[in-house]
Design a protein around this ligand. Sequence first.
Ligand code: 5AD
Ligand code: SF4
Length: 461
Amino acid sequence: MKNESICCINNDFSIDNLKNLVTATYGDTQPLCYLHSFGCQQNATDGEKLKNLISKIGYGFTDETEKASLIILNTCAVREHAEDRVFGNIGRFKRLKKEKPDTIICICGCMAQQKHIAERIKNNYRQVDLVFGTFALNEFYEMLYNVLKTKSRVFNITERQEEINENFKQLRDNKVKASVPIMYGCNNFCTYCIVPYVRGRERSRTVEAVYNEVSDLVADGYKEITLLGQNVNSYSYGFPMLLRKLNTIDGDFRIRFMSSHPKDATYELIDAILECDKVCKHLHLPMQSGCDRVLKEMNRRYTIEEYAKIIDYARNKKPDFSFTSDIIVGFPGETYEEFCETKKAVKRFKFDNIYSFIYSKRKGTKAELMEDNVSDKQKGLWLRELLLEHREVTVSWLSRFVGKTLRVLADGEGRTSENHLQGRSDENIIVEFIGDKSLTGSFVDVKINKAMNWALLGEIV
Ligand code: 5AD
Ligand code: SF4
């Protein structure tokens, strides 16, 4: 699909002209923007960067699409379900656009980056004014200018590998927890995954850029920094070194990160986690499958015994070290026996949490062409079996914390009772305890009294 129109067709573009155009279009009342990001934290950071850009040209924000003059869906393409939700939303915008033709409807992000999706929107959803992919964030102002000025639709999904633009700051909603991307893109091409196609090749931010951003966030009072990348272990300047460097920043805060590809997870990484007091003793290590044949078909490039070595190394040094994992159920060609190997692995590795997904066919990936004879209904039953298996191990495994005191970052109201607060431990485990709401956003030491299958219960010490 050719780009219908992108920047520079209007030579008179400037940020001031754009601001004037926004005012001219919407009059004296401040126009509002509704922005929703789907999917992973990486995508949420793109949404926060867009919000920052939008806030600078005169828009306010709203949670109600009816009140918005600019509606942006920042989409995810990892599974079909996420895409279906977006199309459902777009359908509902048809009436809104009819009633308020000045409303600009914009679809961006990973889903929009796919050619077949952009074509589908172009041909079937006339209510959408602006479609741009993950590579066009830098051109948001020009694109919006063109839409407002020419009242024509703009599609921009050209793939580019350009330098990371360090001028793009995030407008963060949360004042306690912040995500900081350290790299973009993915080079791994797991056969089921769309990410390498919609986010391009790996690009790392410099150590200096990350260090400065984290320092500023800590100085602003942020308590939890999550470093983001599709595979932080291939961070160009060395991920364990980055952890050690960030650990030298003064302040009362903790560092998390995700995700880690097991093929690149090293003992050096575990050592850095264990030796840096600010780094949470937790590793999200997506296993995907417990069966070597399936792992090979997925192009994961590790065997289950190689995966086990990292877990064993960490738990030899710190027996209660926390692991969490992603698991795909029903990869094409997976048999029930092979699925049972995944169940066995879940029991063996005692994850504190698993994020499990039914395999979703993604256009353009290698797995799309693989034969798949198991129905989604059957896969749904397997998924339930897996969750039950996991639940069985969770309570006894979480019990390792009973009697211990964990440092918890309080998030807000709990579920156990009106008087309970909820927070997360360093291990990212939910902890509930009785406490005053004013503790929200601060660290609290909680002595654990009980393990449930979804959380730990304790009391402030
Ligand atoms: N189908 C199902 N799950 C997927 N994931 C990625 N691609 C797919 C897919 N096509 C899961 C993986 C990954 C997580 C972010 O999403 O488990 O680790
Ligand atoms: Fe997808 Fe694999 Fe890259 Fe993760 S590592 S984003 S699963 S291709």
